[in-house]
Write a protein that binds this ligand. Structure first.
Ligand SMILES: C[S@@+](CC[C@H](N)C(=O)[O-])C[C@H]1O[C@@H](n2cnc3c(N)ncnc32)[C@H](O)[C@@H]1O
Ligand code: SF4
Ligand code: SF4
Length: 336
């Protein structure tokens, strides 16, 4: 069954971009500011002097031009997207154009921003690595878990908003995934797991080694098989467990606008020697039509295996096959 808040325009645009072989997911990091001080992520330390504050006019232009270029899914993350003053306007504009909208958040401000965003967000990805006080301690943010619970309860009553949990795993929380799964089950939501990435000079000591990784992801496979709400496919879980090489299709399916306006196919800090598609304010999306640039990035990223974010993990290897499975799951309301 089609989701109420997502119109045919979205499905048509996505399908036509896939057929024309052009990216259809627009990631946007409007800010690097955030309101946690996580032990595993150092974004909270960064003060970027080049960060842009986009005007409403900028946002309207970017989203309209993006749609015309074939983008159909708009994903906000950061930093913390709930700290963006005009977030309600971003989402409303995107929804009016026809995008599917999504946001990855730490969740501290879900309740505060509820009224502004509730009608124009299709999927909220809440990050949860542990539960209760442990989560608050690792993210060094008092009452964070309690605020996440408040937010989930509010949004769960909005029938058009899908909530899911992203839970990356490292040495701090490698035994906590069962608590996260029990929590998700209680609220009727799904969890997508992935291993934590190295952020140089910050979190090396907590990254799982080969054996730890095998053990944790093997257990997660078991929990999925006995019915816990693990949303990763078995294929993706086995890639994570066994560190099986894969072809990353990120550059084929998406681009990302950074907080300073530069456009790249992926995170700058994860992939060396990517080529930029220019700056959104100076160039708009004109450079994503540059075939040479695009093919360079597609080739470069296909060999990278520096992360396994769930959005990446479900679209590896043969894009047509994985894309078809994802699309079917989405239409059937099983996945996003
Ligand atoms: C960088 S955060 C930005 C959005 C928001 N601030 C949040 O915490 O959800 C995006 C995602 O990256 C995850 N993340 C943070 N540190 C990570 C790490 N070292 N490895 C993998 N994922 C990480 C977060 O948990 C979140 O799901
Ligand atoms: S994970 Fe999110 S909230 Fe935590 S430091 Fe990174 S960006 Fe900030
Ligand atoms: S594996 Fe991860 S870091 Fe590397 S290109 Fe793909 S999405 Fe980017």
């Amino acid at each position: 069954m089609l989701k109420k808040n997502i119109g045919f325009k979205y499905y048509f645009k996505t399908f036509s971009s896939i057929v024309k072989r052009r990216p259809f997911i627009l990631y946007h990091k409007p800010t690097l500011l955030c309101n946690c001080k996580c032990e595993f992520c150092d974004f909270w330390k960064i003060k970027d002097p080049n960060e842009l504050t986009l005007t409403r006019e900028n946002i309207s232009t970017i989203l309209k031009e993006g749609w015309d270029k074939g983008f159909s899914t708009y994903v906000l993350w950061g930093g913390e997207p709930l700290m963006v003053k005009d977030l309600g306007f971003y989402l409303k504009t995107a929804k009016n154009i026809g995008y599917k909208t999504s946001m990855c958040t730490a969740g501290l401000l879900l309740k505060e921003r509820f009224e502004e965003i509730k009608d124009n967000i299709d999927i909220i990805i809440i990050s949860l690595e542990s539960t209760g006080e442990k989560h608050n301690r690792t993210r060094r943010t008092p009452n964070l878990f309690e605020k996440i619970v408040d937010g989930i309860e509010l949004f769960k009553n909005q029938k058009n908003v899908k909530i899911k949990i992203w839970s990356h795993i490292n040495r701090i929380n490698k035994n906590d995934f069962i608590d996260v799964l029990k929590f998700a089950k209680k609220y009727g939501i799904v969890v997508e797991f992935f291993p934590s990435n190295i952020f140089s000079d910050y979190n090396e000591s907590i990254i799982l080694d080969k054996n730890e990784r095998y053990e944790v992801f093997n257990k997660i496979i078991f929990y999925k098989k006995i019915g816990y709400p693990v949303n990763n496919s078995i294929k993706a879980l086995k890639i994570m467990r066994d560190k099986i090489p894969y072809v990353c299709n990120k550059a084929k399916i998406s681009v990302q606008i950074e907080n300073d306006g530069t456009i790249y196919p992926c995170e700058r800090r994860f992939v060396e020697d990517m080529k930029s598609y220019g700056n959104i304010l100076q160039d708009g999306f004109s450079k994503i039509n540059d075939k040479k640039l695009y093919l360079y990035n597609v080739k470069k990223l296909s060999k990278c295996s520096n992360c396994f974010f769930p959005c990446v993990g479900e679209s590896v290897d043969n894009l047509l096959v994985s894309g078809f499975v994802r699309f079917l799951n989405f239409v059937m309301n099983k996945d996003s």
